[in-house]
Design a protein around this ligand. Structure first.
Ligand code: ASP
Length: 292
């Protein structure tokens, strides 16, 4: 049984095969590869993009898809997570996409079910499909990414997107520079860090901005996000005329993470990420469902 809990569950060759297949879905193609299969999305934490991206991807492959509204699901009636998953499994799901605020939940669930568990984001730990679509998007923009540098800017310590991207992008030969105030920097001895984006601006080919994960802070760190924005907002003025692509996993705190001008600049890949996300998730779902 194969599960996708972190990007390390896939070999380089498998990732290349996923990208080859995803490239064939960029024109919003549909097929019936997963006809008769059931994909269940169970999101215990809010999501707009990831959940709808998996829904669209499942439908484009001809699968049936059910998305559980967790507020009205059994967890609120006291059923354990494992019983919920076992019940979904008994309905004949081929894949269960799980998001949970606690790190490790997808991994634990994978031991209790016959379906493939796909991690849709667990706590601050991992968000493998986001990193896979981000690398795909970076390659589309930059070509060969090996040896190129990317600055990841913001609340890195609390970000599963940063965690998964640091693992995947460095594995595929990119150099990551973490740019954040000290309280947002994780201790990662092997990764270079800076407190000021200007220190890295002339070296990088891309910047990945992150949302401040206020829901994971034990106590408020900034009195207001505009204090953070004063130092870490990516503005068009900051980019100047440099060839730097800008990514963000969403949801964007507009004019805190990125300013309006950057969001509408041709160097912004934010909507490309969303578009590519469906294609990459189609390839991931078809792999995990059909090989199960
Ligand atoms: N959507 C991403 C996630 O689920 C990023 C974020 O929420 O800031 O982690």
């Amino acid at each position: 049984m194969r599960h996708l809990t972190t990007t390390t569950d896939l070999t380089d060759a498998e990732i290349e095969a996923i990208y080859d297949e995803a490239s064939g879905y960029l024109g919003d193609q549909t097929n019936q590869k997963l006809r008769g299969k059931l994909v269940i999305n169970i999101f215990f934490e809010n999501s707009t993009r990831t959940r709808s991206s998996f829904e669209v991807a499942s439908r484009r492959l001809g699968a049936e898809v059910v998305s559980l509204d967790v507020a009205s699901s059994s967890e609120s009636k006291g059923e354990t997570l494992f019983d919920t998953a076992a019940n979904l499994d008994a309905m004949g799901a081929s894949a269960i996409v799980v998001r949970h605020k606690n790190a490790g939940v997808p991994k634990i669930l994978s031991k209790y079910v016959k379906a493939s568990i796909i991690n849709g984001g667990d706590g601050a730990h991992a968000h493998p499909t986001q990193a896979l679509l981000d690398l795909f998007t970076l390659r589309q923009a930059l070509g060969d990414v090996r040896g190129k540098k990317i600055a990841i800017v913001g609340d890195i310590k609390n970000s599963r997107v940063a965690n998964s991207n640091i693992a995947l992008l460095t594995r595929f030969g990119m150099e990551v520079i973490m740019v954040a105030p000290p309280h947002f920097l994780p201790r990662r001895a092997a990764i270079r860090s800076a407190w000021n984006l200007r220190d890295a601006l002339d070296e990088v080919s891309a910047i990945m901005s992150l949302r401040t994960q206020t829901e994971r802070h034990e106590q408020p760190i900034y009195a207001s996000l505009s204090d953070y924005a004063a130092n870490f907002k990516i503005t068009r003025e900051l980019l100047g005329d440099r060839d730097i692509f800008v990514l963000h996993p969403g949801p964007v705190h507009r004019n805190v993470d990125l300013d309006d001008a950057v969001l509408s600049d041709p160097r912004s890949l934010v909507l490309n990420q969303v578009h590519n996300g469906v294609a990459v998730r189609m390839a991931i779902l078809s792999k995990f469902v059909l090989e199960n």
